[in-house]
Each structure stands twice: as structure tokens, then as C-alpha cells.
Design a protein around this ligand. Structure first.
Ligand SMILES: Nc1nc2c(ncn2[C@@H]2O[C@H](COP(=O)(O)OP(=O)(O)O)[C@@H](O)[C@H]2O)c(=O)[nH]1
Ligand SMILES: [Mg+2]
Length: 310
């Protein structure tokens, strides 16, 4: 049967680690193919997802912040730290702006290009669909596949716009919010969203002359608000300056279960999204629009009864 070709193949019984490399060209091709199936919501993915082994303990790290803050450059530097520790790393870059310009995706690829042939690193860019912002609609599924493959670290880079932050915080064990000195005036505005989900703040572009002023300004603003001190780090991602302490803090937070106990929250969010996704299946706006048109023509349209028919 055709669907057999869609069956995953990963290595459910043996986690892939640097010491136990399952990272072969063939397994990577399989992984890539599985992600594409899921990304494009192809038939057969239900079976694939249902047969994934139970949750693995990959550490999921969210990296978010305004466009151009240096997120990709920082991720590139973090990959260096984690692979140095002998870990395997998968990166998902989700950029809602990339559907409008190919520049962002291209940028990410160039930024992380040096990892292309590294045996322990897997990088994938996902374009978001639609204009709603937010993460890729299949991000949870794709992350689950990466977890099943057994990566030690999964880094999800996403542009901090609107609800994206909240979603990323739900998915990630540790969330980094990357700011730059020029974010100064935005901080107040961003408070409601991006500021609240940070487990770690990174002030990147530390080589800028106004970096230190911004850093102390940020620290002052944060202090009165939060009962738990959110650590603030300075980095210059382009040179790797300040990256090691950030990687150490990520590992420390993971080891201690994070500053917030997010595991249940994350799973609740996951189940919520999956159920919502399932319930919305087969709903199509164009189809709805046509049916509204027809009902109106007949003079039968009544909003609330109409909505109940779906
Ligand atoms: N001066 C300086 N430039 C940086 C630093 N980090 C990143 N950049 C530059 O900022 C631009 C945007 O970086 P990128 O990583 O693509 O940002 P992203 O959109 O947040 O992923 C690139 O030209 C980087 O080379 C830094 O620490 N200092
Ligand atoms: Mg980027």
C-alpha cells in the first residue's frame, strides 16, 4: 500500500547521540522526508505520528525576538557550544516574514551554513503559512519527529511578533528573548508579550556603544516586576563573545527544571493545539463563504444556526 512508503523509520529504540551515531546520510534523508510529509500535511502522517515512540527528553530551546536582533547568529554560536559538548542539535527556523521575502530564509541559511556538513547538526527552515503570524501550523508535529529522532537539543528560532512568543514559550523548555540596544523604546510596548515569556534575556550586539546603557536600563525595568529574577546576558553573536555563559545558563535551567515548571503547561498547550487542529480539520473558509452566499441568496442565512451546521 502506498501509505507504507510514508512510514517513518527513525530509530525509536536507540537515541541518537554523538556516542551512538545514528546520524547517517540515509537516516537524515528519512528524517527530511518525514518532516516534509508533515510540513505539507500529506496523507499518511497520522499513522506516522501515532507510531512515534513516547516523549523523549530532547531539550527544546526557543529563541525569539525582533527581526535582525541576531537570533540566527546567536543560534549558530549556540550550536558551536552544544556540539563542543558532544551533543546533537536540530534547529528549526520559523520566519513568518519569509513568505513575503526570501531574504530571511536565505539569511538564516548563510548564517548557519558552516554546519551544513556537520554530522551532529540538522537545520531546517520552515515558512509559515497564511497571514495570521504565529508558528508553523505543524510545528508541534515536526518537533515531535525531531524528538523521536533523539536530538539532544532542539532549537526553535522564531520572530517575536504577536502570539508567536506565547506559542514558542509553550513548546520550549527554555525560552531566550533576544534584544538589541536599539530595542530601547520597544521594551515598554513589548512587555505584554515578549517580555513575559523570557527565561533568559540576551542583549545581543554587545559591541554596540549603547549596549551597556541598554543592559542596565533593561535590568532596572525588569527588577520591580518579577518575583523571580530573569537572568540578563550580553552577547556579541558575531564573535561568539558571551555565548558560553548563555549556553551554561540554558543547561542549568534545563537541569533544574527551569525557573518555571512548564512541562505540564507545555503538554496542555500541545494537546489543546492538537485537538483544535483535529476539530478544525476539513473546515475551509472558501467553502464556508460559498455556503454563506447560497444561504443568503435563499434568504435563509442566520449566523448562529449557520455556524452550528459545521
Ligand atoms: N554588530 C553586530 N552585528 C550582529 C551581531 N549579531 C548579529 N549581527 C548582525 O545582525 C544582522 C542580523 O542577524 P541575524 O542573525 O540574521 O538576525 P535575526 O533576524 O534575528 O535572525 C546580521 O547582519 C548579523 O551579522 C552582533 O553581536 N553584533
Ligand atoms: Mg533569523
Amino acid at each position: 500500500m502506498a501509505s507504507h512508503n510514508n512510514t517513518l523509520f527513525l530509530y525509536p529504540s536507540q537515541r541518537m547521540t554523538a556516542a551512538n551515531p545514528k546520524f547517517t546520510p540515509a537516516s537524515i534523508r528519512e528524517l527530511t522526508r518525514n518532516i516534509s510529509l508533515v510540513e505539507n500535511n500529506m496523507p499518511g502522517i497520522d499513522a506516522l505520528l501515532q507510531n512515534l515512540p513516547p516523549e523523549h527528553s530532547s531539550n527544546i530551546i526557543g529563541v525569539t525576538g525582533p527581526p535582525g536582533a541576531g537570533k540566527s547568529t546567536l543560534v549558530d554560536a549556540l550550536i558551536g557550544q552544544f556540539t563542543n559538548d558532544g551533543e546533537t542539535v536540530a534547529v528549526l527556523c520559523v520566519d513568518p516574514t519569509s513568505s513575503f521575502s526570501r531574504g530571511a530564509l536565505l539569511g538564516d541559511r548563510i548564517r548557519m551554513n558552516r554546519w551544513h556538513d556537520h554530522p551532529n547538526v540538522f537545520i531546517r527552515s520552515l515558512a509559515t503559512r497564511g497571514s495570521m503570524g504565529g508558528l508553523h501550523p505543524m510545528i508541534i508535529e515536526i518537533t515531535a519527529i525531531l524528538q523521536a529522532f533523539g536530538f539532544d537539543k532542539i532549537i526553535i528560532e522564531t520572530v517575536g511578533v504577536g502570539q508567536t512568543e506565547v506559542e514558542i514559550a509553550g513548546l520550549a523548555d527554555v525560552t531566550l528573548v533576544v534584544l538589541v540596544p536599539e530595542s530601547g523604546d520597544d521594551i515598554q510596548a513589548m512587555k505584554a508579550g515578549i517580555m513575559e515569556i523570557a527565561d533568559i534575556f540576551v542583549v545581543n550586539k554587545g559591541d554596540r556603544p549603547d549596549a551597556d546603557a541598554f543592559l542596565s536600563n533593561l535590568r532596572t525595568r525588569l527588577r520591580p516586576e518579577s518575583e523571580m529574577e530573569v537572568p540578563v546576558f550580553k552577547s556579541t553573536a558575531t564573535t561568539g563573545d558571551g555565548i558560553m555563559p548563555i549556553a551554561e545558563e540554558i543547561n542549568r535551567l534545563i537541569a533544574t527544571g527551569g525557573t518555571k515548571n512548564r512541562k505540564i503547561d507545555m503538554l496542555t498547550e500541545k494537546v489543546w493545539q492538537l485537538v483544535r487542529h483535529e476539530r478544525m480539520r476539513g473546515l475551509d473558509k472558501e467553502d464556508i463563504a460559498q455556503k454563506i452566499g447560497k444561504a443568503m441568496e435563499k434568504g435563509e442565512f442566520q449566523l448562529f444556526r449557520f455556524a452550528r451546521t459545521f
